[in-house]
Ligand binder design. Structure first.
Ligand code: GDP
Ligand code: IMO
Ligand code: MG
Length: 423
């Protein structure tokens, strides 16, 4: 079978964790292919709530095997905290979670470097999650990284070499720090990592594909945060797009099956950077309040705005999305009107093609829809959808030219409406 990919089409936090959990019963193997603990994927079911950072969101349903792929960066200390929390809640992962030997390790000094670089940027800071993501991918690309497989041999030497190099850089930045506590937690984390099976995940995933197993690849962040196609430089440091699943798992492009593109009925962003449809009025405040738009990792309030179809179409194109998933429709339940950005006005001219730079005077052009003014959170099937909501869905499907297969009407696993039989 092929590898289906589920990824975010906006600036992250679209609800990837929830939907991966919902889809898990359809799959044999769930994988993560990029990012690291900058991700915070929330799942809610049976009155419980979990936030996953590095562990794939397929660990709660049906005892499925989950794999952390080579494209992921792992912070051992945060990984251990995640494993401990799950174990305390009664979820034993030891036999079901496997880690690629080629995944890179976030060293304690990577986190310090992240902070030093951000503070040196002053007003133009990226607003990173502070988890050391950029510095770790930088070391990977400059061929200085330390990988999970290194914990099996020559580890101390590689670790010390990297730490010494990082300390030199931190000195240049006059950055003050205390490494001892960080290192203690980090090495405890390494012991935790060693209790899992460390694998050549490219073989494992390709063998699964050959053996007709169904594989789901879970993206982190979103297309607008992609290192190549996002709102550079206000992006993360990995390829969050579908192609990232090929490099982050070691699978051929022809192995990709469905591409699930997930988006919110509106739009959010955390951290700095352009956001053409951002709202600074009561509508934006309502989205934040009703949608509880606060970062699941950092707790930072998320910036909120109307849905941006120019950016969405671009994301659909880059990823080759075959099925759309719309999240958080319920957040708009009380809105009188709902707007959708269908073009940008740049230098007085209307454009519908996503531009090179979002920073320069991009003004959104909106179409307005009547709100549905109905509580959708308890709906079980699309037959219950209000007329105005159906009109909004049809408009989106026509504009985006991809069917919306799933509509999510609340954070719980059960609040999910699958519109067509076959997924
Ligand atoms: P992810 O990073 O893409 O997995 O998304 P996050 O977990 O960071 O953010 C999504 C937030 O919205 C979480 O708090 C979810 O519990 C919540 N959520 C997911 N789907 C829905 C939905 O349909 N309606 C509402 N109201 N909340 C949702
Ligand atoms: P999930 O997987 C939302 C943002 C940060 C910052 C930029 C770079 O939960 O959707 P980084 O720490 O990666 O160097 O930060 O990217 N960012 C996210 N925003 N959701 C995420 O992950 C994010 N991961 C990173 O806020 O603007
Ligand atoms: Mg998130």
């Amino acid at each position: 079978m092929k590898v289906d990919v589920l990824l975010g089409l906006q600036w992250g936090d679209e609800g990837k964790g929830k939907v991966v959990d919902v889809l898990t019963p359809n799959y044999d193997l769930i994988t993560r292919f990029q990012g690291g603990p900058n991700a915070g994927h929330t799942l809610e079911f049976e009155g419980k709530k979990f936030v996953l950072r590095s562990i794939p969101s397929g660990i709660f349903q049906g005892g499925k095997v989950n794999v952390i792929g080579n494209g992921v960066v792992i912070d051992p200390a945060l990984f251990k905290a995640e494993v401990d929390a799950l174990q305390t809640a009664g979820h034993n992962l030891t036999d079901r979670l496997k880690i690629s030997k080629k995944a890179h390790l976030i060293l304690p000094t990577h986190r310090l470097l992240d902070a030093a670089y951000e503070s040196a940027k002053g007003n133009s800071k990226i607003g990173t999650t502070g988890k050391g993501i950029g510095p770790t991918y930088t070391d990977k690309v400059s061929r200085n990284g330390v990988r999970v497989g290194d914990v099996l041999h020559n580890f101390e030497e590689k670790y010390n070499e990297a730490i010494t190099r990082h300390k030199e850089i931190l000195k240049q930045y006059n950055f003050e720090y205390d490494l001892s506590e960080l290192e203690k937690a980090w090495f405890e984390g390494i012991e935790c990592i060693k209790t899992f099976e460390l694998i050549d995940s490219e073989h494992y995933v390709n063998d699964a594909v050959k053996a007709d197993k169904k594989v789901l690849a879970e993206g982190a962040q979103g297309t607008m945060l992609d290192i190549d196609f996002g709102s550079y430089p206000f992006v993360t440091s990995s390829n969050t797009i579908c192609a990232g699943a090929c490099t982050g798992l070691g699978i051929a492009p022809g192995s990709i099956g469905e591409v699930f593109g997930i988006f919110k009925a509106y739009c959010t962003r955390v951290g700095s950077g352009p956001f053409p449809t951002e709202l600074f009025d009561a509508a934006g405040d309502n989205m934040r309040k009703i949608g509880f738009e606060f970062g699941s990792v950092t707790g930072r309030p998320r910036r909120c705005g109307w849905i941006d179809l120019v950016a969405l179409k671009y994301a659909i194109m880059i990823n080759g999305v075959t099925q759309l998933i719309m999240m958080k429709s319920d957040v708009m339940d009380s809105f009188d009107t709902i707007s959708a950005c269908v073009a940008y006005k740049i230098d007085g001219e209307e454009v519908t093609e996503f531009p090179y730079d979002l920073n320069d005077g991009v003004e959104p052009v909106y179409i307005e829809f009547a709100g549905w003014k109905t509580d959708m959170t308890k709906m079980q099937s699309e037959d219950e959808f209000p007329e105005e909501f159906n009109a909004y869905l049809s408009f989106l499907e026509e504009e985006l030219e991809v069917p919306i297969k799933i509509v999510s009407v609340g954070p719980d696993r059960a609040q999910t409406i699958i519109r067509y039989e076959e997924i």
